[in-house]
Design a protein. Sequence first.
Length: 174
Amino acid sequence: MIKKGKFTFSVTVYALAVMLNGCKKSDPIAENSTDQMLYDLAKTTNGFKWYKNSDQQLEKSSGSAHSYPLLRTRYNAIAAENLDNQGKIIEGKTFKEGSLIVKELSKNASAIERYAILYKNASSPDADAKGWVWGYINANQTVADAASNKGRSCTGCHSQSGNIDYMLMNKFFP
């Protein structure tokens, strides 16, 4: 028979071990890595077009798996070719090579916390089967999910019905 004190201690140690192993620390960006390149691309804001032609932050949708409550999404000139006059993604389009889409994620209106980045570069060893390189990088230059993972933690949601080449802005922000 297990004594109550030993049982409580064992359960506490087990719970602590689960919590520590489940909370992965973000790693710093490695120099000359795909993650560094994506971070540098995300920091550039000139020449981008905002979703729905507005740089206003949106409250995250019920369909979002991102943990941040606010977001805004921008498109480089190549990706913006797939936006209509209202700044929404044109149904049925596929983004061209060189398209860059940056979702800025924030806890509050004053600071970006994380960048969710999609860069169409089929020749990259970090590209997925559709040619997208996925970046999930914190504003403090640490990697939340490495590009080498090829979007494994993202494609489940981004593959749902109503996506346009993985994009869900039209579905959740019509």
